[in-house]
Ligand binder design. Sequence first.
Ligand code: V1P
Ligand code: ZN
Length: 378
Amino acid sequence: GSVVAEHYRPRVSYYMREQAGNFHYGRQHPMKPHRLTLTNHLVLNYGLHKYMDVYEPRRATEEEIREFHAEDYIEFLKRVTPDNQKEFANCFSEFNIGDDCPIFDGMWDFCRIYSGASIEAARKLISGSADIAVNWMGGLHHAKKYEPSGFCYVNDIVLAILQLLRYYPRVLYVDIDIHHGDGVQEAFYTTDRVMTCSFHKYNGDFFPGTGAIDEMGSGLGKFYAVNVPLQDGIDDRSYTQLFKNVMTAVMETFKPGAIVLQCGADSLGLDRLGVFNLSIAAHGECVRFMRQFGVPMMVIGGGGYTIRNVARCWTYETGIVCGAELPDALPPTVYNDFFAPDYSLHPQLSGRVANHNTRAYLNALTARILEQLRYLKG
Ligand code: V1P
Ligand code: ZN
């Protein structure tokens, strides 16, 4: 089969640097940058580059990263390496270095690559020369001003939103990673110019432990943080219905000038760290739904630990933003073996975990969030 194109075709910019896929967090570590290489090969072999402007972005400069991160922390990130890390051992607890955020070869370079791409993507939207800008390397939503957290060292999302705020009065951040988007929420907790909206597993124990429904922002930012805490095993129908109900109200009340959509793929069924039950089709439906508002949009990556499915998901979503329908049979790539035995874009992912989100729970959740949003109108 071949790619079928839709009538509406937004101008899409795609950011990718091949080296990004060659970094290693460590053998036991679940974060595998190689998923970026897999994604890129599928995207190109489906021929999606014909629908997009493909850019090899430049690295973020230290000065650009300083717009959010503290100077001491940047200095540490720049200087520490696996070889000299003994000299820095006294800083490790200060800077939250450990199993989740190890020191690995080229760590600072990796940060500059994925952050540079998000910053460039934001500037591209501002310039008006793209409607949608895609950076699967980015989306590292846990990084804090003074420290790394949950596999994230530099918060490319905060840096990109700071760029967007130079031009757009209001920016909406939407996060469908299974983990709470805590770093982005914290950075904009007290402003009414950024609304953060995160859908995640929450039980007080699951990483990072934040994202309860009553975290709503403070000061001027009160009611501008939206949290949608979910239980294990949420399925396609419940998730997409909830997502559409919440996002319809968010778009009506907040009226953003730009959207940043974090597409963490650890909310898919069968994820190595995740416990949801979503199909690639349902995950992509969230992207399609946000796209149809026709508001300038950045689409970025995030988590995703069963890497064959991360690559499938982000490829499918690249197709969605382009308005290109992809045949289910994957095009052959040098990485074919990853996609055995079905070699298809939409394998069955659900069924491992039971859905612990009752209809009553989801209805109550929706009602509370719509009530929170009503405070914005007045
Ligand atoms: O649960 C924890 C910390 C470690 N404990 C002391 C509490 N960490 C999680 C971190 C998950 C980060 C997700 C990042 C993202 O949202 C964005 C890129 O997807 C964690 C887990 C887990 N199952 O939640 N770390 C690890 N697993 C881990 C396993 C093996 C080696 C290193 C880390
Ligand atoms: Zn995650």
